[in-house]
Design a protein around this ligand. Sequence first.
Ligand SMILES: *Cc1c(COP(=O)(O)O)cnc(C)c1O
Length: 376
Amino acid sequence: MPGRFIPVAEPALAGNERKYVLDCLDTNWVSSRGQYIDRFERAFAEFCGASHAVSCTNGTVALHLALLALGIKPGDEIIVPTLTFVATANAAMYCGATPVFVDIEPATWNIDPARIEERITPRTRAIIVVHLYGHAVDMDAVMAIARKHKLYVIEDAAEATGATYKGKVVGSMGDLSTFSFFGNKVISTGEGGMVTTNDPAIAALVRQLKEQGMDPNRRYWFPLVGYNYRMTNIEAAIGLAQLEMIDWHMARRIELAAWYREELEGQPGLSWQVVQPWARHVYQFVTVVVDPSLGVERADIIAHMHTRGVEGRPVVFPMHELPPFAGLAQGQTFPHAEHVSRHGINLPTSASLTRDEVKRVCESLLERLAPVSTAR
Ligand SMILES: *Cc1c(COP(=O)(O)O)cnc(C)c1O
């Protein structure tokens, strides 16, 4: 097999990560206080154009903190796209709230704003939008609905650090926004997350909730039930180094998406997220949907890619099909989400991929699509 195994995602530690981590070790600042926490939070807020950024353990607890800070409680309903990573729906469950699912738009694969209003009830409190794979949601449409119905908006930007909507970086438009720095995201701290907001009171509450609920002005006084959802200084050190190179990370991802298009464009039966003119897509994953009319099973394609040393990953199941949520969407249909979920393949997408590696990925995919190779 020529070359290394190409994983679907891996972090690219191309800057000051090592230097900053060693600084944490050398100075003994390894826990959840330290200069890198403060520097990463400040730099991240500035990058997103938000007034406040609060670091936390991962993108899942970032969502939990966001819902808690908005006072979401049992019986509340939270509108979410059905095509997302499970954490978006789980966060609603942590608060005892009910996730209410909405289908995606066929073009962007993001929540379809035209289908939101029909799901709003007197119990609806918030909409969580997900900038799927790094393509921003049509925020103006969502914010107009939210204003009309007096709903909160949370941007789940876990996959979209640096994505823009009409020139605005995601993380500054909703009431709160959440980010993930897991190993397969645009930038990574290993595990890590961030909450951003422009509201100082919400930011203070998020900070208090992630610090066990402690009164910031009275040590060991806990006026509310909080959590230990802190990030470590070591993680923040990696995060700061990653953020220093965010332009490089985004440029590399945009470049390799263009390479994929070059290799696969014109191939019948393949479709993609359609990038809107107002979006900067940052490609957490380049994802291709293989039309069932080609008569090739997705599982066979992925298995074939594997024999060529390439990882391809099926798009996640839509939330309404998962056992904890299956009862919540009875009688509804989500044809667009189901189509992408059933036929989509996440292709290797890492800032460190080379042109040759992208070529190898595409060859491994095309071999299984072309009749000549299926006969082998
Ligand atoms: C990854 C992800 C999360 C959760 O982030 P973790 O850091 O893995 O907890 C939440 N929402 C979406 C859309 C994600 O892709």
